[in-house]
Design a protein around this ligand. Sequence first.
Ligand SMILES: NC(=O)c1ccc[n+]([C@@H]2O[C@H](COP(=O)([O-])OP(=O)(O)OC[C@H]3O[C@@H](n4cnc5c(N)ncnc54)[C@H](O)[C@@H]3O)[C@@H](O)[C@H]2O)c1
Ligand SMILES: [Zn+2]
Length: 349
Amino acid sequence: MEIIVGKDLFSKLQKFLNKYNKKSIYIITDENVAKIHLKSLISYLSTFHVRVYVLKPGEKSKSLDIVEDIYEDLIENKYDRSTTILSLGGGVVGDISGFVASTYLRGVDYIQIPTTLLAQVDSSIGGKVGLDFGKYKNMIGSFYFPIANFIDVKLLNTLDKRELTSGLGEIIKYGIIKDYDFLKYVTKNTRRIYDCDEDVLLNIVKKSVSIKSQVVNKDERDLGIRRILNFGHTIGHGIESLFGFNTYNHGEAVILGMMYETYISKEMGLIDDEYFNEIIINLINLMPNKPNIETGDSSLSRIINIISHDKKNVDGNIVFVLPVGRGEVEIFDDIDIGLIKNSLKGDWL
Ligand SMILES: NC(=O)c1ccc[n+]([C@@H]2O[C@H](COP(=O)([O-])OP(=O)(O)OC[C@H]3O[C@@H](n4cnc5c(N)ncnc54)[C@H](O)[C@@H]3O)[C@@H](O)[C@H]2O)c1
Ligand SMILES: [Zn+2]
């Protein structure tokens, strides 16, 4: 698999398709991305047989109904084993395209062109593809790698601020779990990232892709070290779910999760006050509004209940990834529930 990070990559994609003699292309995208980037992409594909499937934007499209509809469209239009599926969009488009590619005719080639910061640094890397099932997120899926991933930072210019924040959550996570110097670089350059400074974006996307790839390559099936990528996600998923997936986007929920989990780490004496303050200040600066998790017993119990049922737990124990030093984390499964509740009450914020 090739991962190419750069600018203006559509002509490179065209060369790639020619080199591998790919003639039949099936693009999956969503309405927002189609409006902005589809015309330009198609202008590079004039010598190929191309069909486009456009999803409604948003998480609701990651469903079996939509997958069925795509299968039908592929069959009716006689797309066979030689088909290459091109995913042009954020994580939703990427996850569903990859799932279709992994299952249609027992698997056809697919290529990712991620268009959100989150998709570029996270969801397009690592081979996880899948769907939501009813209210259960990412419940159906598989591991399936694209034959190439064209990560073009110029496509990010049209993202709104909250989508950039979402990606930044995961990027800061990489610094905290693996690379303190990178954390420093990212927090120093936050303004430039929001301004879509191409050089800074190139640096941070390259580094993030490299950190995630290194971790994933050691543990493709998510049974060991890959779990450190879940820093911020234990409480983050609890918050996403508590608010019904429509108050905070994924990266924002992870930012909040990292704040609460860093507090747990400090209270356990795993990190010093200076590092704790550094992380919290940088994270809080990304969130326009202070988190408003109700501190009443019922919502605290609800969130603990959600966290207790997380599919990442092992033998019924809640698994946490906690900072233990600068650029370093460890996995714990014996955290005191009282401490989790104290953290969530947030009166320390
Ligand atoms: N497979 C994985 O390993 C993995 C990892 C993390 C997240 N995910 C999944 O990713 C999804 C979230 O991805 P996301 O945050 O990219 O959300 P998304 O795909 O819903 O995109 C967010 C919004 O941005 C719009 N958009 C996309 N590109 C744009 C562009 N260039 N300019 C303007 N608007 C643009 C989309 O239309 C959408 O409205 C979730 O379903 C999550 O489960 C998967
Ligand atoms: Zn995440």
